[in-house]
Design a protein around this ligand. Structure first.
Ligand code: ADP
Length: 479
């Protein structure tokens, strides 16, 4: 497969730009794939990306992309970073923004032009560079399979990975003209979605293969509960859909080599040094109590309603609580009001990679009461850092966290405290159970030591992606 040239496209890639798990995946999956095939990663060159730091340089002459009869100037860039080749697309409308998709006040209104341009620019790269397969991620790249369809001489096959079906890129019908897309595609079996244009639907209709980020989520999105209106369309295309569980970058998220920690560690003694240091830093009154944490986006998806309802009761239990995140303003406000009432709650607003690592290392329990969770990476990171996840058994959480009651030393699975319905009472019970378990030190330690040794790397899942590419190659040969 070394001869297979793959272009991996995403709207965010760590360490250049990150708003969530997609950036982590777009960082670590291509690295795992690059052991078997020849991978280039492509993304927008946002204005805040440091050219000098990463050695990013322009290649070739600037050119125009014609979209909907309008010319947009584009420059292609490239860099080699940590053994990988990254390609970048610079076009002012897409890239000269403070944020990736929108400000705290809301999504940018011209995202359809911005990411429309991203798709057209990738198409141009495919025409110039002859990649056999393009691996697309989420709605921001999902128009491309439709554009490829119209390029009769282009033989590139496309695989679309859905990281979160809640974001589909839906816009008014009139954007078709700006996007230069023929009206003939405005039908139910193409990108039309209740009278609007849906980028993700175009990808589902025309990609050669579709994957999503866990086997359970692949089944869930075929139901009305999780399908976000696309369940019927996905059922229709289910023969090309499969679920491959995400991995984490076990080098970046490894407590034994993590430079962001006070002291990298391999055992519980080392972990407790990190906990003590962090407890001192935030001046906790009773640092010996178990530390329960939440790190994530403050959104409905992440179970913020459930969490906020339960938080005052959790605060009355024998524990300390740390919350790190940012998101919707009503959740900021509600958390602030509760945190002011309890001196065992420490609240950090913002996005801070280094701080998140220190909190993973310090924590004993990691809360994920998500309403839905395509895969989730945080629970796997937590387990590798010896923090036990407390999760609603949904999507990728169901695939990666197994209830501690079934703990079996010889298994390769990770264990945590699992509850089965997104409900504050059940969540509270789970936290109570977790704290009781913490009291039985020997059993608790045995489980977290086991979790720390579990392999959450990309090894197995990268092989499954390679199989997908092999199948696509075979189809190209015979189809
Ligand atoms: P998402 O749905 O947001 O992609 P994931 O669990 O897949 O959720 O990935 C979230 C990633 O972002 C993890 O690496 C997590 O540690 C990180 N993260 C989330 N919120 C913050 C924050 N406020 N500060 C630092 N890292 C964060």
């Amino acid at each position: 497969m070394r001869d297979l040239r793959l272009l991996f496209a995403a709207s965010e890639v760590y360490p250049f730009a990150k708003s969530g798990g997609l950036a982590d995946v777009a960082h670590s999956l291509p690295r795992a794939l690059n052991r078997t095939c020849d991978v280039h990663v492509i993304m927008p060159l946002y204005q805040f990306i440091d050219h000098e730091l990463f050695g990013i340089e322009a290649i070739g002459e600037p050119f125009d992309i014609i979209m909907g009869g309008v010319a947009y100037p584009v420059i292609l860039y490239i860099c080699k970073y940590e053994g990988m080749t990254y390609r970048f697309i610079y076009t002012p409308l897409l890239c000269d923004r403070e944020f990736l998709y929108g400000s705290p006040q809301g999504e940018y209104e011209d995202n359809y032009i911005r990411f429309g341009l991203f798709n057209y620019a990738i198409l141009e790269v495919l025409k110039r560079e002859k990649y056999e397969i393009v691996h697309l991620n989420d709605w921001q790249c999902a128009l491309l399979p439709l554009l490829i369809k119209d390029e009769l001489t282009l033989k590139t096959k496309s695989l679309l990975t859905i990281h979160n079906l809640a974001f589909q890129g839906v816009f008014e019908k009139k954007v078709l003209t700006t996007l230069g897309i023929d009206e003939k595609y405005f039908t139910m079996d193409s990108l039309e979605f209740y009278g609007q244009v849906n980028f993700m639907k175009a990808g589902i209709a025309y990609a050669d293969r579709i994957t999503t980020v866990s086997p359970t989520y692949a089944k869930e999105i075929l139901t009305s509960e999780f399908g976000c209106g696309l369940e019927g369309f996905l059922q229709y295309h289910s023969d090309k859909l499969s679920g491959i569980v995400n991995g984490i970058d076990t080098e970046h998220f490894s407590p034994s080599t993590d430079k962001m920690l006070i002291l990298p560690y391999v055992d519980l003694r080392g972990k407790s040094v990190n906990k003590r240091a962090y407890m001192k830093e935030i001046q906790v009154k009773d640092p010996k109590k178990p530390l329960v944490v939440f790190i994530g986006r403050f959104t409905l998806q992440k179970g913020l309603e459930i969490f906020i309802n339960a938080l005052p009761d959790i605060a009355l239990m024998a524990c300390n609580i740390v919350i790190l995140g940012e998101g919707e303003i009503q959740y900021h406000d509600a958390l602030k009001v509760i945190a002011e009432k309890y001196d065992n709650i420490h609240l950090e607003f913002g996005y801070d990679e280094a701080l998140s690592h220190r909190i993973y290392a310090a924590s004993d329990f990691f809360l994920m009461p998500s309403l839905f969770e395509p895969c989730g990476l945080a629970q796997m990171i937590a387990m590798n850092y010896g923090s036990m996840p407390i999760v609603h058994s949904v999507g990728g959480l169901a695939d990666t966290v197994h209830d501690y009651a079934a703990f079996y030393t010889k298994s390769q699975k990770g264990y945590g405290v699992v509850f089965n319905n997104p409900d504050s009472e059940l969540f509270l019970n789970a936290v109570e159970k977790a704290l009781l378990l913490y009291g039985t030190k020997t059993r608790f330690n045995k489980i977290i030591k086991h979790n720390m040794l579990c392999d959450f790397s990309w090894k197995e899942s990268a092989e499954l992606y390679i199989k997908e590419y092999e199948n696509m190659r075979e189809d190209a040969k015979y189809g």
